[in-house]
Write a protein that binds this ligand. Structure first.
Ligand SMILES: Nc1nc2c(c(=O)[nH]1)N[C@H]1C(S)=C(S)[C@@H](COP(=O)(O)OP(=O)(O)OC[C@H]3O[C@@H](n4cnc5c(=O)[nH]c(N)nc54)[C@H](O)[C@@H]3O)O[C@H]1N2
Ligand SMILES: Nc1nc2c(c(=O)[nH]1)N[C@H]1C(S)=C(S)[C@@H](COP(=O)(O)OP(=O)(O)OC[C@H]3O[C@@H](n4cnc5c(=O)[nH]c(N)nc54)[C@H](O)[C@@H]3O)O[C@H]1N2
Ligand code: SF4
Ligand SMILES: [Mo]
Length: 719
């Protein structure tokens, strides 16, 4: 038996950033449990983290590059793989220029150091307008609303869970997701602690989720209508004299740090509780009392997630969440919503800036504005299919599975099949990468160093942790930073080696840096110039993390608006209120589809681990008993579901967890298609819910896809 050792590392699988304690025997990770001494997670672990060893050692993980030859993917060496990439991309770049090459960046890029450090230079080097990412099927509305409010799309305040007395939570299900845009290991435990100290939390969701079931109150809401509910609350704050900006009301020489309060009051005039109630399905009296509860709570926070973003008024809804936090005096105060300060971020003495802009370029086919350097993924298929000078002829995907995760994926699947060239950086041959001419597999997470550039800047308590690789790279593996560096080199069209790519693309600061890889040295540099003056060595000496204390007020330091103030009523948002007003009286008949997450999934890529898919089929169509009866459907029946975009058949689960008129199907399933190599997932295929979502409907301000509230028709499937 090999000698067993213990290694500590941050779990990179979701946003909660839990500390794991791994037992490693030889080259095998034999167990993973919660690290009880971790400064942030205190031993918490979920079933995904507990299977970290199996996820890492999945036999279906690709360990050598794949090249498509005669319709089959065959293993090749790294040099041959990169030669094929150069041969595929070079002529397209030379003939058609950079815009003919599109890039799709998937979710795990925010969970790897390679994604944080090497993707930005890759994007810059390519210089294509056609950059897409999972952000436009996720949180882009929040970036846009915060961009306008605070001047920076990255200035996202998080609910101060550990000190709040009242939390209003919309469209989030942390009992399954463990939280998002709010890094909080053991989110459920932190919610229970609110109750234990005499506080309350209220959940607004069209489904009675586990989070809703544990809440002090659950309010059903018609999908896509949260903006009405929130405007109704804003309206009441003004009419009932409950607006109080608190500290922000006199922060700068006795003057208010908030501009635009009167304009918001004017906009809210049309959205009295009695007016919005019919549209959102929440009683007017409850809308009014929510306003009073928020105003009366000593410390309150409003928090919205996926259900407030992936809807037709996503940016307006995300904005109204923070409008409420500002109007109740809860922005930037303990127990309200606050701005974290991560260890790799520099402090600034500058106040104000250039403000936030979108539309520096537009998509070729639909004319959609660029946001944060990217275009809506809902228009990727348009750009591939539509002939023209700058038609997309090649695609690079890094850590993404858009064939399962983006709207009208049936159409995208066909579009990818027709691409002249595609290369994917991905550890699996899955629904998307099966279309790639070359697949470049990164090593499993135990063989990478880990630091959460994204999530430490969203944590509900400031802390820092670095995990060095747990196991060495096998001889025939390539580090993901090196893979991206070599791709960047190819895109630059200049000769060179990986070593001089690191040096050329990421010039390191002068000597005196620690670290055994370029990524570690870059981290060391960021930590040393960062807010707490930490270093890589200090983090290495503290494998359970370094606690940096509760969140502290950071206004006006974080503001990058032109005025240097919180701009509460940005003109682009005010202009979009007309569209919302127009939807007030819209007839709301027929069934609409929403999504659903489960603790043992993570988007599309963890269904290949036996422990995470065992048990009964989770990919069911949940439907309310009244609707089921009307449609002549019984539990276990097969139903045919159709939308404007497509159709599928799914097994019915009759449950009053969903409200009448709403059906729910999880995303991330639809495995086992020809050309994939994920044995376990293929035996638990499920169906792809994004065959039903509609790529033509987006939130116009952010370009975000609408993935909740999809009109569908349902009937018994012909057997
Ligand atoms: N209908 C509906 N659709 C949705 C959602 C929804 O709620 N409803 N949610 C949306 C959201 S929030 C998101 S974030 C997107 C996710 O959309 P995507 O990011 O496109 O999809 P994932 O399923 O996260 O796929 C991740 C890919 O990364 C690969 N991967 C895993 N680890 C690594 C690694 O270390 N390096 C590299 N290079 N690759 C790796 C996996 O094999 C997989 O191919 O889905 C969205 N789609
Ligand atoms: N186990 C697990 N954890 C995950 C993931 C996963 O796939 N599985 N994915 C990770 C990712 S990439 C992300 S972005 C996060 C997402 O984190 P969350 O946002 O917490 O994820 P969801 O569970 O999708 O919760 C969204 C909720 O919104 C509700 N909803 C749908 N439409 C509406 C609406 O119109 N209004 C309101 N008020 N609610 C609505 C849904 O019923 C659902 O309960 O989770 C992350 N963590
Ligand atoms: S909650 Fe997230 S970070 Fe924590 S163990 Fe589970 S997957 Fe890993
Ligand atoms: Mo996400």
């Amino acid at each position: 038996m090999a000698f067993a050792r213990t290694a500590y590392r941050t779990c990179p699988l979701c946003e909660a950033a839990c500390g794991l304690e791994l037992t490693v025997e030889g080259d095998r990770v034999v167990s993973a449990r919660g690290d009880r001494e971790h400064v942030f997670s205190h031993g918490f672990v979920c079933p995904k983290g507990a299977t970290f060893g199996q996820i890492s050692d999945d036999p279906d993980r690709l360990r050598r590059p794949l090249l498509r030859r005669g319709g089959e993917h065959v293993e090749v060496g790294w040099d041959e793989a990169f030669e094929a990439v150069a041969a595929g991309l070079g002529p397209i770049l030379q003939t058609y220029g950079p815009h003919a090459v599109a890039l799709y960046l998937g979710n795990p890029n925010v969970h790897t150091m390679a994604g944080g450090l090497y993707v930005p230079p890759l994007v810059r080097t390519l210089g294509s307008r056609n950059v897409f990412s999972a952000s436009t099927v996720d949180q882009m509305p929040k970036h846009v609303s915060c961009g306008y409010l605070f001047g920076s799309p990255l200035a996202i305040p998080v609910p101060d869970l550990d000190r709040t007395d009242f939390l209003l939570m919309l469209g989030a299900n942390p009992w399954e997701s463990n939280g998002s845009l709010a890094t909080a290991a053991d989110f459920p435990g932190r919610l229970k602690a609110i109750q234990a100290r005499g506080g309350r939390f209220v959940v607004v969701d069209p489904r009675r989720t586990r989070t809703a079931a544990n809440a002090d109150e659950h309010l059903f809401i018609r999908p896509g209508t949260d903006a009405f509910l929130l405007f109704g609350i804003v309206h009441t704050l003004f009419t009932d004299g409950l607006v109080s900006l608190g500290r922000l009301g006199s922060l700068v020489d006795g003057a208010s740090l908030v501009d635009g309060v009167a304009e918001v009051e004017k906009l809210a005039a049309d959205f009295a509780p009695a007016v919005v109630s019919a549209a959102c399905g929440v009683p007017a009296s409850r809308i009014r009392s929510l306003a009073h509860e928020l105003a009366a709570a000593p410390r309150a926070a409003v928090y919205g997630r996926i259900g407030t973003c992936t809807v037709e008024f996503g940016t307006l809804t995300s904005w109204l969440v923070d409008v409420l936090n500002v109007l109740t005096g809860n922005l930037d105060r303990a127990g309200g919503v606050m701005f974290p300060l991560a260890a790799h971020v520099r402090r600034s003495t500058r106040v104000g800036g250039k403000g936030f802009q979108v539309g520096r370029w537009h998509s070729r086919v639909r004319g959609l504005p660029e946001v944060k350097g990217e275009l809506p993924v809902a228009t990727l298929a348009d750009e591939i299919e539509t002939p023209g000078d700058e038609q997309v002829r090649a695609l690079v995907t890094v850590a993404g599975n858009p064939v399962l995760s983006t709207p009208n994926s049936g159409r995208l699947d066909k579009a990818l099949a027709g691409l002249p060239f595609m290369v994917s950086v991905d550890p699996y041959l899955n629904e998307t990468t099966r279309h790639a001419d070359v697949v470049l597999p990164p090593p499993d997470p135990t063989r990478k160093g880990h630091y959460d550039f994204s999530f430490l800047a969203l944590a509900v308590r400031n802390f820092a942790a670095y995990s060095p690789p747990v196991r060495p790279l096998p001889p025939d593996a390539m580090d993901e930073c090196d893979i991206l560096a070599r791709l960047t080199l190819i895109l630059s069209g200049r000769p060179g080696t990986v070593e001089d790519v690191h040096a050329r693309l990421l010039p390191l600061p002068p000597d005196g840096l620690s670290g055994s890889s370029p990524a570690e040295r870059l981290l060391d540099a960021a930590l040393k110039t960062g807010a707490y003056g930490l270093s890589l060595d200090q983090l290495l000496e503290n494998p359970h993390g370094v606690d940096l204390g509760p969140l502290e007020p950071r206004l006006p330091e974080v503001l990058r608006t032109v005025s240097g103030k919180v701009e509460l009523c940005p003109p682009p948002l005010a202009a979009d209120v007309d569209r919302l007003r127009g939807a007030l009286d819209r007839p709301r008949e027929g069934l609409v589809l929403i999504g659903r997450r489960h603790l043992r999934s993570n988007n599309s890529w963890m269904h290949n681990v036996p422990a995470l898919v065992k048990g009964r089929d989770r990919c069911t169509l949940q439907i309310h008993p009244a609707d089921a009866e009307r449609l002549d459907l019984a539990d276990g029946d097969a139903a045919r579901v159709t939308s404007r975009a497509g159709g599928l058949s799914a097994r019915v689960e009759v449950t009053d967890q969903v409200m009448p008129g709403v059906v729910s199907l999880p995303h991330g399933w639809g495995h086992g298609v020809p050309g994939t190599r994920m044995t376990v997932a293929a035996a638990h295929p499920g169906v792809n819910s994004n065959v039903l979502t509609d790529e033509t409907v987006i939130d116009p301000l952010s370009g975000n896809s609408v993935l909740n509230g999809i009109p569908v028709e349902i009937k018994p499937a012909a057997s």
